[in-house]
Design a protein around this ligand. Structure first.
Ligand SMILES: [Zn+2]
Length: 164
């Protein structure tokens, strides 16, 4: 099973969406989508802007936001609120990702969990039609855990020192 939809399929989906909703098929909208396809599957608006700046491609922020909203309506992207602070966008794939969010530094790691995806996709709920699921696991990343351990060791040493 391929996890990603092909770029051709995504471009066609967007074209169909724009045509069916009588939206204009402006070159800017397609350039923004092409840039999104170069980004990791989750990204921020800042990353998208940086990607466009790389090739000195200037479009207004309003156009970027407007296009992102259209891509959400087209079922190509969705919003992700992982740490409650930073808003990210996720390209919709066939496999659902589990996001490991570090409560200390805010770093987010993505892991694919096929068993969980299979389970959740087959899961039904009474009087509710599910569309997708989003899974976040909160904790502390390895590098923060190491720093905390070091800090604790220093604190213990200081306490011992102070007692002398
Ligand atoms: Zn961390």
């Amino acid at each position: 099973m391929t996890e990603q939809y092909s770029n051709t399929a995504i471009l066609k989906k967007f074209t169909d969406f724009l045509e069916s909703g009588s939206y204009r098929k402006t070159p800017e909208r397609f350039t923004i989508l092409e840039k999104i396809l170069l980004l990791p599957h989750t990204f921020t608006i800042e990353q998208l802007n940086d990607e466009m700046e790389k090739e000195s491609y200037h479009v207004s922020r309003a156009t970027v936001y407007n296009t992102v909203e259209l891509l959400i309506a087209a079922g190509i992207l969705r919003k992700l609120f992982l740490d409650g602070v930073q808003m990210k966008y996720e390209r919709i794939t066939k496999v659902s990702y589990t996001y490991l969010v570090c409560s200390s530094c805010g770093k987010i790691k993505e892991v694919k969990d096929y068993d969980l995806s299979a389970y959740m996709n087959a899961r039904t709920y009474n009087a509710f039609h599910s569309d997708h699921f989003s899974m976040c696991v909160y904790g502390v990343c390895n590098s923060c855990a190491r720093k905390q351990k070091k800090r604790n060791t220093v604190n213990v040493k200081q306490k011992i020192q102070n007692r002398k």
